[in-house]
Design a protein around this ligand. Sequence first.
Ligand code: JBE
Length: 293
Amino acid sequence: MYIDVVTIFPELFAPMLGVSILKRAQEQGRVEVKVHNLRDYTTDKRRTVDDRPYGGGPGMVMKPEPMFAAVEALETLSHGIRRRADRSECQIVLMAPQGEPLTHALAQELSGLRHLVILCGHYEGVDERIRSQIAHREVSIGDYVLTGGELPALVLIDCVVRLIPGVLGHQDATREESFSNGLLEYPQYTRPATFRGMDVPTVLRSGDHEQVGVWRRLQALARTLTRRPDLLSRDTHGPRASSMLTPPSQEATAVKPWRNAKGSASAGFRPPEVDKGATAVKPWGSTGVSRNG
Ligand code: JBE
């Protein structure tokens, strides 16, 4: 796979691309990432990439000319990219807060491309003609405003590249499958069996693989139900998934919302926090106190 990135901060990419799985994937020749400086495609002395918005208002807008020139140069320079011709081979993605949310499914789709071009926006936005005429799609990594598309581009590269066949080792790939089932991860433990008074759940040390499987599935479901119920309504779990949760077994609900584990004496089966009352269930907070209330 070929990945081309167009950015005004090319130096941000090398540190991430130079370590771990991204580094290995490039060394193995499974992906080739090239980072291009948008300013190299300007024509004025000051290498201007932005300008004031028509109609007034605050902030600056990315000019169309450098981005068009950059993408046109990629078309002739790189890998025979065929813009708009075949979207199953090549896609040009603009990282932008108003884009479609990045999901595992989208990452999987993009990991099958031969060529991915990523454009990083900046300032208050990009000229609409960049969106409409260059980008095949716009992708967002979340509902918050960042200073630019570089971190989103790195997030996209990271999650796409690890899905390219052969990039993850066999073991990782098997793990991957069990996490891409739409559920959150079940709790994991390693040695020691007892740490500062906290025990590893007995079932995990029992050697009973079937029971371990059941426990993990229940934990994953309960955790997803507590923290991200939206994931459960989304897809493939079917009626069985929800029936596994009603009535909830102690194991299934012994899932602590994030960041409230302080002072817990045991990491094993315990009366669930979620039983403290419906209004106290705050999957992500620690206090249950509403900021708006
Ligand atoms: O998610 N994104 O792709 C963004 C790009 C630029 C600024 N903020 C974002 N959230």
